[in-house]
Design a protein around this ligand. Structure first.
Ligand SMILES: *Cc1c(COP(=O)(O)O)cnc(C)c1O
Length: 409
């Protein structure tokens, strides 16, 4: 039998090769430089908790930026990848494979979609969606939303709104328009007979935790259908229970033509998927592909992770805890707060000033959270988080949003 505990204890016996300072120094010397980093070295996780190299414990509301819905060091996924690593890791899609067949069936059953292209990240899922929309419609133009985030490769970046991500890389892919999110009239006016697809998040993540309005999403579904273009939903961040349903579009009873998934799809193992609805025809061979896409290791991790999400009812857990968490945060009396909003355990606290100093103060108090845009404090905790941990988070947020008033910064 498989005993991941044995592997872990072997690992624990190893001596630390570098001190915390040395680790940060080496990373700083050798990094490309594209990331801004916090001065903390994270070496271990369990469930909704992280530990740094000095042994300090944190409640994790970064959640691997949305990749850790089932919690860190999940034994179910650990066992699945340990087992699969000894059976078969590499198996390109020129062959059939048992694990890939199972994960494709599972994803289609869960979403109501018909076909799947497997890849390795969110941006690749979006990139595939954009290419497939061109193939399926014979049209080239795309409509995306202001404050939308879809990834960093050129097609996905062209759909992304944020200037600092886009400007250094111009010219981007031509034919993209951005409309205000939740503005149905603007969307209707932007669509032409050359529009291949409209791409939207169901809740905008990076752009500030902005939930899509029901009439906007339903309207977008109807208008795209009426105009012969496709609706691509980017659920890279909202998928796999995050918003209180397995997928956020399921709150609205709509179904997209193309659905992009990644982040928590495989328990934190890199994987992405681009799914096509029953109304889409199969694509021609050789039009797209990926070396690592659909590899049995990631597929096994996805199967185990999805089963864990279902067996532990993580979507309804996210829904219940999310309602409570938003209520508690909204009850904080601080003139610094502009608005608290969210869906499930995807929660944002919009401040009237820059969020970064407050994220640092939260970290000092043992709570990790992330920004969304310049002013929003974003919480993406693993969905396995205990309510008692969220209570500590609420207290810490209350403290940092009132302490700072007293200290005057
Ligand atoms: C994170 C994210 C992406 C990009 O995913 P990567 O795996 O970082 O390429 C795309 N879309 C949305 C909505 C995301 O949140």
């Amino acid at each position: 039998m498989i005993q991941p505990g044995i592997i872990l204890s072997e690992f624990e016996k190893q001596e630390e090769s570098y001190s915390p300072d040395e680790i940060r120094e080496k990373e700083s010397v050798h990094t490309s430089g594209v990331y801004s980093k916090r001065q903390v070295t994270i070496v271990r996780g369990k469930g909704a908790h992280l530990w740094d190299a000095d042994g300090k414990e944190y409640i994790d509301c970064v959640g691997g930026q949305g990749a850790a819905n089932i919690g860190h060091a999940n034994q179910v996924v650990a066992e699945a990848i340990y087992r699969q690593a000894q059976i078969l890791v590499s198996c390109p899609e020129m062959f059939y494979n048992d694990k890939r067949a199972m994960v494709g069936e599972k994803l289609c059953n869960l979403t109501g979609m018909a076909r799947v292209f497997l890849c390795n990240s969110g941006t690749e899922a979006v990139e595939a969606g954009i290419k497939f929309a061109r193939l399926l419609t014979g049209r080239t133009e795309m409509i995306a939303a202001m404050r939308g985030f879809h990834g960093r490769t050129f097609g996905a970046l062209s759909a992304t709104w944020e200037k600092k991500y886009r400007t250094p890389f111009e010219p981007l892919v031509p034919g993209y328009k951005h409309i205000p999110y939740n503005d149905l009239d603007a969307l209707e006016n932007a669509i032409t007979d050359q529009t291949a697809a409209v791409i939207l998040e169901v809740v905008q993540g990076e752009g500030g935790v902005n939930p899509g309005k029901e009439e906007f999403l339903l309207g977008a579904r109807e208008i795209t259908r009426k105009n012969g273009c496709l609706l691509i939903l980017d659920e890279v961040q909202t998928g796999f229970g995050r918003t209180g349903k397995m997928f956020a579009f399921q709150h609205f009873g709509i179904i997209p033509d193309i659905l992009c998934l990644a982040k928590s799809i495989a328990g934190g193992i890199p994987m992405g998927a681009c799914l096509l609805s029953t109304e889409m025809t199969a694509l021609a061979p050789q039009t797209h592909g990926s070396t690592f896409g659909g590899n049995p290791l990631a597929a096994s991790a996805a199967l185990a992770s999805i089963q864990f999400i279902e067996e532990n009812n993580l979507p309804s857990r996210a829904a219940e805890l999310g309602v409570w968490f938003v209520q508690q945060l909204a009850g904080i009396q601080s003139p610094l707060i502009r608005e608290v909003r969210g869906k499930g355990l995807m929660v944002g606290v919009e401040l009237k000033q820059k969020v970064t100093p407050f994220l640092q103060k939260l970290m000092d108090k043992g709570v990790m959270a992330l920004p969304a845009g310049l002013t929003v404090m974003r919480f993406l905790p693993p969905l396995v988080i205990e309510k008692s941990d969220l209570e500590i988070v609420v207290t810490a947020v209350r403290d940092v949003l009132t302490d700072s008033l007293e200290s005057g910064d």
